[in-house]
Design a protein around this ligand. Structure first.
Ligand SMILES: Cc1cc2nc3c(=O)[nH]c(=O)nc-3n(C[C@H](O)[C@H](O)[C@H](O)COP(=O)(O)O)c2cc1C
Length: 253
């Protein structure tokens, strides 16, 4: 992961509106740069083939104040949504590092449901931001669950930042437990709707959210100089379980 991703985590925010973005536009070279960057990101699951398409925002529904939408496509294999979230969050942080505002846009409808044999997962709407003060200035003002609802054990000084990872309707479907340097990460679920999200949508988007959380967690571990090994688990649980274990990180002693 790029060293500047941590700084981007502190500054990123959802541009629900790009109204004050300014007149800057992305050049063809910058669009090529985005495609090349995505190729270089580390996947969670290397066996899963993924791709992006960058399309003018006017070509996809609902997000006409953005300049482009970046559509993420993936093979459908175990943990494919988590993997797409992990890659997409690297893209989010990469873009923010380059003064490009972003919005994970779950309700967007793609112009093409498939691409090169891959299935559409989600899109990120983007627009160049002229004035850097448009990015988040004070992380503590972002609404999030209290720390003790999402983390147990020593915070390692990083849970305080990881908790600001973005998630669909701010649902924050994660819980991490640190037991003597072994970090277990769970996807949490509540029965029924989450905000405006029906249960089936929550089960889909929350799997993407967990990948986003793992990306942010690893950015923070790197920032703190904490090497780790990671084991992933198939995120199959739905139905009655409240928590499904998705990853275990073992920190080097
Ligand atoms: C997977 C995912 C899907 C999202 N879909 C939408 C969306 O369709 N419309 C929207 O306005 N915001 C969407 N968001 C943005 C979230 O509402 C936002 O990340 C959350 O409220 C936290 O705010 P922040 O990103 O400004 O920190 C989505 C976020 C994620 C991670």
């Amino acid at each position: 992961m790029e060293a500047n991703f941590y700084q981007a985590m502190l500054r990123r925010k959802s541009f629900h509106l790009f109204r004050n973005a300014g007149a800057g536009t992305l050049t063809p070279e910058e669009l090529d740069g985005i495609r090349a960057a995505f190729e270089g990101f580390e996947p969670l699951v290397p066996e899963i083939r993924t791709a992006i398409r960058i399309v003018p925002a006017s070509q996809v529904s609902f997000k006409h104040d953005a300049e482009y939408c970046i559509l993420i496509y993936s093979e459908k294999k175990e943990n494919w949504l988590m993997n797409a979230g992990y890659l997409g969050e690297q893209l989010d942080l990469w873009l923010v590092s380059r003064s490009i505002g972003t919005l994970w846009f779950g309700i967007g409808k793609p112009d093409e449901p498939g691409y090169d044999g891959l299935d559409y997962v989600i899109m990120i709407a983007v627009r160049k931001i002229s004035d850097a003060s448009q990015f988040r200035q004070d992380l503590s003002k972002a609404r999030r669950k209290p720390l003790d609802e999402i983390w147990a054990g020593d915070t390692l000084g990083l849970a305080e930042i990881v908790r600001y990872a973005p998630s669909a309707v701010n649902s924050q479907p994660w819980f991490a437990q640190n037991e003597n340097g072994t970090l277990t990460v769970y996807r949490t679920r509540k029965p029924g709707r989450i905000g405006i999200m029906p249960e089936t949508a929550a089960s889909y988007f929350n799997r993407i959210d967990i990948g986003i959380f793992l990306c942010c967690l690893e950015v923070c571990l790197a920032e703190k100089g904490l090497p780790f090994t990671r084991e992933l688990f198939p995120d199959l649980a739905d139905g009655k379980t409240e928590r499904s274990k998705v990853a275990v990180y073992t920190l080097a002693k």
